[in-house]
Design a protein around this ligand. Sequence first.
Ligand code: GCW
Length: 667
Amino acid sequence: YDLWLRYRPLPADRASALAARAGAVETDEASDPTIAAAVAELQRALPSMTGGGPEQQGGVILIGTTRSRRIAALGLEPAGEDGFIIRDVTANGRRLLVIAGNRPVGALYGAFHFLRLVQQGPLPAKLDIAEKPRVKLRLLNHWDNLDRTVERGYSGQSIWDWWKLPTATDPRYTDYARANASLGINGAVLNNVNAKPDSLTPQWIAKAAKVADVLRPYGIRVYLSARWSAPVELKQTATADPLDPAVAAWWRAKADEIYRAIPDFGGFLVKANSEGQPGPQDYKRSHAEGANMLAAAVRPHGGIVMWRAFVYSEVDPDDRAKQAYSEFKPLDGKFADNVIVQVKNGAIDFQPREPFHPLFGAMPKTPLMLEVQITKEYLGFATHLAYLATMWAEVLEADTFARGKGSTVAKVIDGSLEGHALTGMAGVANIGSDRNWSGSIFDQANWYAFGRLAWNPDLTPVEIAREWAQQTFTPDPGFVDPTVAMMLESRQAVVDYMTPMGLAHLMATGHHYGPGPWVGDLARPEWNPTYYHRADKGGIGFDRTRSGSDAVAQYARPVARRFADRRTVGDDFLLWFHHVGWDERMASGRTLWEEMVARYDRGVAAVEGMNRRWAMLGPLIDKERADQIASFLVIQKEEAIWWRDASLAYFGSVSGRKLPAGVRPPA
Ligand code: GCW
């Protein structure tokens, strides 16, 4: 339950060193709720870690903003709205550890950063740290329904207990806020993008307002997903045409009503004309016309609209992967300046591995935010261990070549490539009512990693894994080093046993759990795994070069050339872009069929290795968590074998190639 904020007693030497340095907390701004939250956090953590009551206190932490006279006198200059400074200083002969921001929230982030360092191991003799976030909107997207079910949620019910709100809140909301603030997450979209009109009724606005009141001191703003057709469904307008003045007036009044209840409301997230959700195209209006109408409603209050680019309402005749680009690229420059377009990491849908989305770099006049999925819809739900920072870093580091070499996705989303001030990163939350919050202990690392990468997209997966493991378990390198190694290889293992070599969308229908590559009879062609793998007697893979759908042409020239060429595309994306004969030779010297078999097998072997490794590591931590992790790794092993055997049995039957010994056809 405590996540990475465990604050367990330190060994005696470190405890006394900490008390000597930071035994008491002082501030001149205790009446500010955010500073009060920061002080409360320090006062909860420090005595718990030092084991000392006030009588043992030595050194003093001074926390606050540059508005405080004592801090201003020190001449510190924290950066930006959310940045902070942590520094040892001597003032009037007194040694102080100063934690300061320009705004209270910066000081709060500084307090959490300090506690992160303390939990990671001995502190350096002198601290001199200055940090600020690279991305402005660091948001969780909850796919939480109003009945407390969670779309693609594997950790219990929604944490939002809508029935009891607004009269009763839950201490868990505060712990949620603490965990998020510790990472710098500064916004939460409370409800599912597959939204219900009810979320915009006065009753639900009151509930959302109550949640906003709890989250506010922690610097977290509330946003809502808006259903495009809400005014019609609530029987208040006759149409949802964005150019109809009555519709614009309704949204304007609705925004005013929301802002009366939630003065710092962040704005709307919209999924329109996608998977059955209504949208402006129902009225022959564009995404931009729709987004701009909503943007005008929230503009007077400083709100924004996040418009999702995940669209596939009408099948792009030849390739679903092309649709978002086809629809949005022509709209570049047409969105209002308080609209940001939210783009998934890849063009299909949160697969274990996808090439970066071709919209990144392709809409220079439009702020784009990156959407990743923290919950593991396509990576084994809660039980499979898959550390996702490696996947997200792969996308953030990917070079779009939009403005020549070095135009990484990270630079697109932090605004530096095209000079945008509105920037963002969103993660589909994996948080629920489970005692462990995220469905498994290692899934907590994905929440953690999302927040850290949104703060600084250049942090490496290894640094993040290390920080997380040190705080969550123990700083003991004998535990941390092998655990981090296991985390770093875990996502590739999932790719290998589910969808190796650029394959995608082979999961069973609907729930997406377990293999289903043989499915080919669903109503819409692009729901079928067979649509994606295109396996036949001759070969396998989706030809997205000029001889096929030509989706490669949506990337900048150098990228398109690399992906289109069998020699340069690389094994990881081979079958994403090419249809390849079963007997063609791979770089390894094996045939494609042999290489696929080897990859599926390598995935299983990696999970067997994780089981063996955990048998040694588990005893180094508490039994409760160790046992749960061990049992989940057993599930993962059984299911990795299931994936390998079922997939190879099927592909073997299509290709006529022989199954390796020991692989059973599915029952
Ligand atoms: O990944 C797919 C999911 C849907 C989801 C959709 C989306 C919220 O299978 O459950 O709907 O993406 O991102 O809109």
